[in-house]
Design a binder for this molecule. Structure first.
Ligand code: SF4
Length: 408
């Protein structure tokens, strides 16, 4: 959005800091590592301003929402701060004008053939460890018409894979329509003929809207893929995390998803090192992932965040121990991932070609999201290009990659 606004105001944009007069640092304040990275970036940019290589430094985003006063005090060289909803103010500070007619206009910064689409902002869930509701506020659904309008604009720019995101996508619609509307939104998106794939991310498991499973069954364009962050499996941890779900309910939900959408690839994320997590809880989590066998899985270590409900529990588990638990879970997942990938050998599926590497096309199947999941390697074939959606036969697999050939 900012890109489009700046371009329409005749600003010249550059990704290279050495070519810039003004730097805008977009920050993330989600967990410690993200905060550190944001602050490091601000400091390196400020250094350029101090040495006369930059005129101005603007800082925007989540970190500003949470820590503007601290940043102002600690780094006075920053010229201006903007929160997550301050786009018009950024334009104003630059001497430009916010153009409301561009609402929904996006400059695609991802490769041309895929784009993320945010269907909501903020979150109403009470997860004890999470600062997102503090930074982003309550859930705000983007109306269906606006999502569709944005989608059509993306399609005009060549987007074929739409990745549906929001802090909690399953809540979609409840605030403005009085009911969850994700299923009908997915169906509407699937009716856009230029789109090849629609991929659903961040489906909160508690109060999961089961009608979306019918949308999956009815619409082959909706990828056989679901990202459903469960965070943990031990009931005492889930309760303290205020996730609104138990291990048993999670298990039942996963079984229903797999029965309703056979062949679906399930991704989840977990947190280890939560303050009340015991060794026994970690082993329970490990047993859970052995039983459920997620196709894709990521693990974060717990990060104590200011003003969250869990803050008062302290952060008693040392970082090395958190890392050990993470590595333990990932080690178990490596074997599961290999097992799940091997089940795909001999199968035919669709894939998108993303790049060329040593005579091979490298791409992704519908079971994999960009940047976080597996890739597929197929020998390069004449007549096919980057961004093409092709049919592939899978011939081999490792823990995190697939190998095959293009059929058509
Ligand atoms: S659902 Fe996600 S964004 Fe919302 S509070 Fe929980 S962890 Fe945070």
């Amino acid at each position: 959005m900012l890109y489009s606004q700046l371009l329409s105001n005749d600003f010249t944009l550059t990704d290279s800091i050495t070519d810039a007069d003004i730097a805008i640092v977009n920050t993330c304040g989600f967990i410690d590592a993200a905060k550190r990275q944001s602050v490091d970036t601000i400091l390196s940019v400020v250094e350029r301003k101090t040495s006369g290589q930059l005129e101005k430094v603007f800082v925007m985003g989540c970190l500003v929402e949470r820590y503007q006063k601290d940043l102002q005090k600690e780094i006075p060289e920053i010229d201006n701060f903007f929160g997550t909803n301050d786009l018009p103010k950024i334009l104003e500070a630059l001497g430009g004008k916010y153009k409301y007619e561009l609402l929904g206009e996006r400059t695609v910064s991802t490769p041309k053939y895929f784009s993320y689409i945010k269907i909501s902002e903020g979150c109403d869930n009470p997860c004890s460890f999470c600062a997102i509701p503090i930074m982003r506020g309550k859930h705000k659904t983007k109306p269906v018409e606006q999502v569709m309008d944005e989608t059509m604009r993306l399609v005009e720019k060549g987007v074929k894979e739409l990745i549906v995101i929001g802090q909690d996508t399953t809540y979609y619609g409840l605030d403005i329509y009085g009911e969850r509307k994700l299923a009908s939104l997915l169906t509407s998106l699937a009716s856009v003929k230029e789109l090849e794939w629609i991929r659903l991310m961040y489906a909160y498991p508690a109060k999961f809207p089961h009608d979306i499973l019918q949308s999956f069954s009815d619409n082959p364009k909706i990828c056989r893929y679901l990202d459903m962050p469960i965070q943990h499996a031990a009931d005492n941890v889930l309760k303290s995390m205020r996730r609104g779900i138990t291990r048993k309910t999670t298990e039942n939900l996963i079984a229903t998803v797999r029965t309703s959408v056979p062949d679906i690839s399930l991704r989840t994320t977990l947190i280890v090192g939560y303050p009340n997590e015991t060794e026994a809880d970690v082993e329970e989590l490990v047993q859970f992932i052995k039983d459920v066998k997620f196709d894709r899985l990521g693990v974060f270590t717990y990060s104590q965040e200011d003003d969250t409900t869990a803050y008062g529990l302290g952060d008693p588990i040392p970082e090395e121990e958190k890392e050990r638990r993470k590595e333990h879970v990932m080690e178990v997942q490596r074997a599961i991932s290999l097992e799940q990938n091997e089940l795909r050998i001999g199968r035919t599926t669709r894939a998108v070609i993303e790049r060329i590497e040593e005579g091979n096309f490298v791409g992704r199947t519908e079971w994999d999201a960009p940047e976080i999941d597996n890739e597929i390697f197929v020998p390069k074939k004449n007549g096919f290009h980057i961004g093409d959606f092709v049919k592939v036969k899978i011939e081999d697999a490792t823990e995190y990659d697939l190998y095959g050939e293009i059929i058509s």
